[in-house]
Design a protein around this ligand. Structure first.
Ligand code: ATP
Ligand code: ZN
Length: 211
């Protein structure tokens, strides 16, 4: 019996996910362009996937656990347990408008067009604030939407803010703070739960040593 973990194939979370496993004393052959690999010294199978697909794989039990941004877990609305925050991949999902726009409060978003890759989280935020707005879902390069007249505001992931700045935008609301998390399937078998507990114990030791 092996525990199956899904991690990002390439992108911002890939290296830190591999590093975390290494720090937990788990050796994996990380071949490029591989779909999956096995740890040599822990009963762990590693799947390399697009981050967007990870919550679904976990809900379906194709993967038992996975490392993914909390933002993706919330957006995808899949049935998974967040079992541990991992302290990397820190970012925020923020509203931004063009620098020249007078913005004083969330009310300024009323009836505006908002471009985002996170329609579910944005809709939730607007509802909580009693705002009605038009959400335009786009999958990439959200930050250019105001400049080309596609939207009045955007809601996108930000870490330093330099991408917003370079596109003539200013950050006006934080909608969500996010970091990478370990997510797990709701229906783990007892043996898999034991392996997860073992892994979690190591992750927590690694995280304590860093604080
Ligand atoms: P994939 O090819 O797997 O779909 P992606 O392009 O959707 O990758 P990345 O840009 O690699 O995703 O980001 C992965 C995760 O890294 C994000 O979902 C988020 O949790 C986190 N992250 C941290 N900082 C940032 C940032 N500045 N911009 C975007 N994502 C960030
Ligand atoms: Zn993605």
């Amino acid at each position: 019996m092996k525990l199956k973990i899904a991690i990002q194939k390439s992108g911002r979370l890939h290296d830190d996910s591999i590093k975390l496993l290494k720090e937990c004393g788990i050796d994996i052959n990380n071949g490029v362009n591989k779909l999956k690999t096995e740890a040599t010294n822990f009963p762990l199978e590693v799947f390399f996937l697009r981050d967007d697909d990870i919550p679904q794989y976990i809900e379906d039990g194709v993967a038992d656990i996975g490392i993914v941004g909390e933002n993706v877990v919330l957006e995808k609305q899949k049935q998974v347990n967040i079992v541990q925050k991992l302290g990397f991949g820190k970012c925020r999902l923020s509203m931004a408008v063009e620098k020249s726009v007078d913005y004083t409060s969330v009310k300024d978003l009323q009836n505006k067009r908002i471009a985002t890759s996170y329609p579910v989280i944005v809709e939730d935020f607007l509802q909580q604030n009693g705002i009605t707005a038009e959400i335009h879902e786009i999958s990439g390069s959200v930050e250019i939407a105001p400049g080309i007249g596609l939207a009045d505001a955007i809601c996108d992931l930000v870490s330093s803010g330099s991408t917003l700045f370079m596109n003539g935008l200013k950050e006006v609301e934080t909608v969500l703070k996010s970091e990478a998390v370990l997510a797990a399937c709701h229906s783990l078998k007892p043996e898999q739960q034991l392996l997860l507990d073992k892994l979690l114990f190591r992750i927590q030791a690694v995280r304590k040593a860093k604080n």
